[in-house]
Design a protein around this ligand. Structure first.
Ligand code: ADP
Length: 292
């Protein structure tokens, strides 16, 4: 509608903005938040000029603000994740230094605590470095025709045998099934997904891996019969540090970054990843990659 003959307050229902303009400061700015029809964050630059009246510049800064928030959240999350292991390492070392070494049994437990938490910190840092490398565009992808089965086997081997003790693997991937991908990135994706499938499965659980071609795309699925992920979480699990059950993830040595790496690497290969519920319970992760 035409704004002519209307007051500013009738057009933009924000008394704060109106007040700011009425103050007649020579140059000022105002943050305007609009909720409908879509949330927008607008920076209004107000300039009063005696000859022209008042000039308002509206700059949409919604996206900048969002990125700023993500950055702040990220720093807060990293600090939060590192705080606990650092405190444990510090407290245990202090006790050892102030006489705890004399007690052999206590020393052993303390050192084990230090070691466990140092390992935890290095897992978090390794994952963070990987993510920052991908996001900085420094992860070089070399896509070529690649046989899938050897990569699945290597991914399983990198779980250091703990998978074999806990679950049964059913792999129905043809020996000659190949796809167009970067070997290193694909191995990392499969390692992370298999690691999760094992971690979140009951003892003696079963993990099923399949590969198929559909509509010119290669699909790899990794299915487990663990406790699954409910719909409200399944959209967010690919976000950095998002966990359904923080305690459970930490107990299993999780960093909360594994699926974020999976998503980033899949997209780097022009593919995608999504989660589906398994029947009667559990999770299915599907990786889709272009065949060429
Ligand atoms: P984490 O290191 O915590 O496993 P991920 O990014 O790999 O971090 O996964 C994020 C969260 O998604 C996990 O904390 C867990 O709550 C959930 N999740 C991932 N894979 C599975 C799975 N196969 N079964 C059930 N929950 C899962």
């Amino acid at each position: 509608y035409s704004p002519e003959e209307k007051t500013l307050l009738e057009i933009i229902r924000d008394p704060g903005l109106n007040q700011k303009i009425e103050n007649l400061e020579r140059n000022s700015h105002y943050h305007l938040e609009i909720q409908h029809p879509k949330y927008k964050n607008i920076l209004v630059q107000i300039t009063h000029q005696s000859s022209l009246g008042t000039i308002l510049f509206f700059r949409d800064i919604t996206e900048n603000r969002k990125l700023e928030m993500i950055r702040k959240d990220f720093v807060a999350n990293v600090s939060h994740e590192l705080r606990t292991p650092v405190s444990i390492i510090r407290a245990n070392s202090e006790t050892l230094m102030s006489g705890g070494l004399a007690d052999k049994e206590y020393s052993q437990t303390s050192l084990e605590g230090i070691f466990r938490n140092a390992v935890r910190m290095s897992s978090i840092l390794e994952d963070l470095l990987e993510i920052s490398k991908i996001e900085a565009g420094k992860y070089h992808i070399v896509k070529k025709n690649t046989r899938l089965l050897p990569i699945i086997n290597r991914a399983f081997d990198s779980l250091l045998g703990y998978a074999e003790k806990r679950i049964t693997r059913q792999c129905s991937v043809n020996d000659n099934f190949s796809l167009f991908a970067d070997e290193k990135a694909l191995e990392r994706i499969l390692t992370n997904l298999l690691d999760n499938a094992v971690k979140y499965s009951p003892f003696d659980g079963m993990i099923t891996i399949t590969a198929d071609e559909k509509d010119g795309k290669s699909l790899i699925t990794i299915a487990d019969h663990g406790h699954g992920i409910s719909k409200i979480h399944s959209e967010r699990i690919f976000e950095r540090f998002y966990r359904v059950d923080v305690g459970r993830s930490r107990d299993q040595g999780g960093t909360g970054l594994g699926l974020s790496i999976v998503k980033n690497l899949s997209e780097l290969m022009s593919g995608s990843v999504h989660h589906e519920p398994n029947s009667p319970q559990g999770s299915i992760f599907v990786i889709t990659l272009p065949t060429q």
